[in-house]
Design a protein around this ligand. Structure first.
Ligand code: HEM
Length: 142
């Protein structure tokens, strides 16, 4: 069913057009939201805030960034089906769990993970760069 409205005697179709391109991103974002919330509740209940940076990054990089990426790909499917989007997906979704585990270990005092964390950070930065290039190349109003 299409919603329509009349603007200056012109019938305009106001049904938003979304694609399914961002669904996987949104589902993964939901998983990070669950993990981030459980961590937040656990920190509050135990009054132990050592893993606060992990909680913040799981929520902001995991939930917020993945969800926004999914929404962008759903609204602008022309940006979702190219090699930049694939690079963004795989590099970010492989490096982010590594980064979060490494950050957890680092916060718990294991400094040996610093090179692994650095490598994962660089990979996720490349993923985000691919996303931003994709946005500039392929997002258009029409
Ligand atoms: C049920 C949900 C959540 C709970 C129970 C929770 C709990 C907490 C707790 C206990 C802290 C530490 C506060 C302190 O040290 O004084 C914290 C910090 C923080 N949370 Fe959450 N949180 C939740 C959801 C979120 C979400 C959805 C986001 C972001 C989208 C978020 C972002 C942050 C940030 C940025 C910090 C500060 C980290 C820092 O200072 O290093 N939280 N949260």
């Amino acid at each position: 069913m299409h919603n329509t409205t009349v603007v200056n005697a012109t019938v305009v179709n106001t049904t938003p057009v979304f694609s399914s391109a961002g669904i996987v991103w949104l589902k993964l974002a939901g998983l990070y939201l669950m993990i981030g919330m459980v961590m937040g509740i656990a920190m509050g209940a135990s009054e132990n805030f050592i893993l606060r940076p992990v909680h913040a990054h799981v929520n902001l990089l995991g939930w917020v960034t993945l969800a926004l990426s999914g929404l962008v790909y759903s609204i602008f499917p022309q940006a979702a089906h190219n090699w930049l989007a694939k690079l963004h997906f795989w590099l970010l979704n492989l490096s982010l769990p590594v980064m979060m585990v490494a950050l957890t270990l680092l916060m718990l005092g294991n400094k040996a993970v610093i090179p692994i964390m650095g490598a994962a950070e660089i990979v996720s930065a490349v993923a985000v760069l691919a996303f931003v290039i994709n946005i500039f190349k392929n997002l258009c109003a029409g």
